[in-house]
Design a protein around this ligand. Structure first.
Ligand code: SF4
Length: 207
């Protein structure tokens, strides 16, 4: 099955696949993405609803006390580090970037808590730059569909996907794979019945 067919089959399954983090500004999005590391989007949306009421813009979060932020986000994983990171990145955005989220990879990754995956999500979602962010779902699904090898790092997975899929597909592909991993191709007990990829699935070889 070639990559075009894989893309079209994913698209048939999840035509509306998109970002499931709630946000209304560039500041909201970058904070939500940083908070989403090793946490579900549902859990992040629950805390950001309160967080963004308390700190509605980047200026207010830049001045926040870490303990106060911790209290709001403590239901999500790694909340102490995430609290420090979102305050620090807010300060940096205010001081170094005129209160605007940078629109390029080089500057984004200078912000605390922002790595390759977060930068790619921000670039793709806010600035419509073609990008593939490899999270746990994209990594697993890519390997099960034979698009990457078992021991590939997330960077290697990203590079392989970029070679195999047209550039105009990259951002949507990222969402399609996340949806497929989140709602069907679970890490444990995936729903394999009627899966269109059953003939190419590498799951058994990866175990
Ligand atoms: S057959 Fe099962 S494990 Fe394989 S890709 Fe489909 S849902 Fe995932």
């Amino acid at each position: 099955m070639n990559s075009e067919v894989i893309y079209q089959k994913l698209l048939e399954m999840f035509p509306d696949a998109g970002c499931e983090l709630n946000y209304q500004s560039d500041y909201h999005l970058i904070v939500a993405v940083v908070l989403s590391a090793q946490t579900t989007d549902i859990a992040v949306n629950r805390v950001t609803e309160v967080l963004f009421k308390e700190y509605p813009d980047v200026y207010s979060l830049a001045k926040a006390d870490s303990k106060d932020v911790e209290r709001i986000i403590k239901s999500i994983g790694l909340y102490k580090n995430k609290s420090k990171n979102i305050i620090s990145l807010s300060k940096a955005i205010v001081e170094r970037f005129d209160a605007r989220v940078p629109d390029n990879y080089k500057e984004l990754i200078t912000l605390d808590g922002v790595g390759r995956k977060t930068a790619n999500v921000v670039l793709s979602e806010l600035f419509k730059v073609p990008a593939i962010a490899v999270d746990t779902h994209v990594n697993r699904v890519s390997k099960r569909l034979g698009l990457a090898d078992k021991n590939d790092s997330t960077i290697e997975v990203e590079e392989k996907l970029k070679i195999k899929f047209k550039k105009e597909y990259w951002s949507k592909l990222h969402h399609l794979m996340i949806h497929f991993g989140r709602y069907k191709c679970f890490a444990r007990n995936p729903i394999c019945e009627n899966c269109p990829f059953i003939g190419i699935c590498q799951k058994e070889k990866l175990n």
